[in-house]
Every structure is written in C-alpha cells, then in structure tokens.
Design a protein around this ligand. Structure first.
Ligand SMILES: NC(=O)c1ccc[n+]([C@@H]2O[C@H](COP(=O)([O-])OP(=O)(O)OC[C@H]3O[C@@H](n4cnc5c(N)ncnc54)[C@H](OP(=O)(O)O)[C@@H]3O)[C@@H](O)[C@H]2O)c1
Length: 234
C-alpha cells in the first residue's frame, strides 16, 4: 500500500538527505511531507526533492517547532491536503551549547520544545487524528547516551528522546506501530558545526549515511531489526 512519510527538519542536513533518499528510492512511498521553517534554503531543498521525486507528491509545511501550537497546525494542513501519514521521521533538532552557569532557561526550554515536546506531539496528534501510523523514527543522539560537558540542554533533551521512544515502542507495539530510535554520532551538518566549530567536516559521517539507515529502518527489512536506540556512527 502507498505510504506518506513526514520528515521534520527536512530543509538541510540529515532531514534533507532523508527526503532525497525517499524521493529517489522507496517504491511504496507516494507522498513526502517536508517540515521546516520558511527560508531560501528550504525553498531550494524542496525544488531539489521535487525534481528527484518523479510522480511522488512532495508537500512542504512551514512551521516553527518552537511554537507549542505548531504541530497541531501541521495536522490541520495535512487534513486540508487529504494526506494520511504512515511514517513520521522526528528529525528536527536545535542546540545552543552553554556551561551550567551560562545556560539560560529560555534556551533550555526552546531545546526541549523542539527536540522533545514536538516529536511527542507529532506522534500524539497522529494517533488522536487516526492517521494510519505504522512507523515512528525518532532521531536522538549519542550525546543522549552519555552527557557531554557544555551540552546540558542538548544532552538532556536527547536522553529524554531515547526514553520517550521506549515508552512509545512498548505502548504502540500492540497496535502494529514500530518505534525506532536512532542515535547518530558526529555527522557533518550545521548543527554539528555549532557543537564543534573547529572540526573538519570531511573527516566525519555525512548526512547521507544516516539517511540510508533511516530508509533501511523504514523498509520491510527494518521490521527484522531491533529498533531500540540504534547507534549510527562512522
Ligand atoms: N549532526 C550531528 O552530529 C548529529 C548527531 C546526533 C544527532 N543529530 C540530530 O540529527 C537531527 C538533524 O540535525 P542535523 O545534524 O541534520 O542538523 P541541521 O543540518 O542543522 O538541521 C536541523 C534541522 O532542524 C530544523 N529545525 C531547527 N529548529 C527548528 C524549528 N524551530 N522549527 C522547525 N524546524 C527546525 C532545521 O530547519 P530550519 O530550516 O527551520 O532551521 C533543520 O532542517 C537533529 O535532531 C540532531 O539533534 C545530529
């Protein structure tokens, strides 16, 4: 049966690589929903994915996930477009590294809103609105497995994503919904530049590597693999 895949943070990095991957090579996907804030680079990402997607529908939804009402606005739009989502890739992420002393509560709250509450709301809203959900892929981080000095809010949010995924996996398994948690290590994106500005991006994992794993976990083969916090690293 044809499927619709919703990818948050699809304007660049791992999310865009994932949208490209679905546009190119997943036979059973007939609609790709790309979510990010409005920007010129989101416009060009969309044009690129549309060019790759052939007959598949590509829909963009521009929202700021720091806004607690954003997720319900996304689902209102899906209803307008008559799109029923079967896979959610909760990928959008934010970080503002700071020491304990320098961490501002507004930044901590923004990090939790984008990295944790929005992914929760995407799944909750899909269930409440009876979407034919089959697969949830939550992107956590190795920083959520072991806390890192100077990354208080980010590490904390990602640890919570790992635990939230366990709750979702257990609670949704009886309904045939698979919940996958992926924890990438260092990957060459803008977010990584914020965390490690001096690193040479050519020496670390590329977004396409993570996208390949996301695509595999979305395929029938993904059903045969343990989906509990898989670490993805070079
Ligand atoms: N790169 C790594 O080393 C690494 C390692 C482990 C885990 N991760 C995780 O991988 C995921 C993807 O990150 P990335 O590395 O690919 O970073 P990226 O290239 O900087 O992309 C981040 C994405 O999140 C979206 N986003 C951020 N704030 C948003 C907001 N307020 N509203 C809507 N969308 C927002 C961005 O869209 P806009 O265009 O709206 O900014 C962008 O599409 C994140 O969850 C990140 O924590 C990354």
């Amino acid at each position: 049966m044809a499927k619709s895949v919703l990818i948050t943070g699809a304007s660049k990095g791992i999310g865009l690589a994932t949208a490209r991957r679905f546009a190119r090579g997943m036979d059973d996907v007939d609609c790709i929903v790309m979510v990010a804030r409005a920007s010129e680079y989101f416009d060009s990402a969309l044009a690129e994915v549309r060019a790759l997607a052939g007959n598949r529908q590509v829909v963009s939804i521009e929202v700021d996930l720091a806004d607690p009402d954003a997720v319900s606005a996304v689902f209102d739009r899906l209803e307008t477009e008559n799109i029923a989502v079967s896979t959610i890739v909760n990928n959008a992420g934010f970080t503002k590294p700071a020491s304990i002393n320098e961490t501002r509560m507004a930044d901590f709250e923004r990090t939790m809103q984008i990295n944790l509450y929005a992914p929760f709301r995407f799944v909750q809203e899909a269930l409440l609105r009876s979407h034919p959900l089959e697969k949830v892929i939550n992107i956590a981080s190795t920083a959520g497995i072991g806390g890192r000095s100077g990354w208080m809010s980010y590490s904390t949010s990602k640890a919570a994503v790992i635990n939230m995924s366990e709750v979702m996996r257990e609670e949704l398994a009886p309904y045939g919904i698979d919940v996958v948690c992926l924890s990438p290590g260092r990957c060459a994106t803008d977010l990584r530049k914020t965390l490690a500005p001096d690193e040479d991006p050519s020496t670390i994992m590329q977004p396409e590597h993570v996208a390949d794993v996301i695509a595999m976990m979305s395929s029938p083969a993904g059903k045969m693999l343990m989906s509990e916090n898989l670490v993805v690293r070079l």
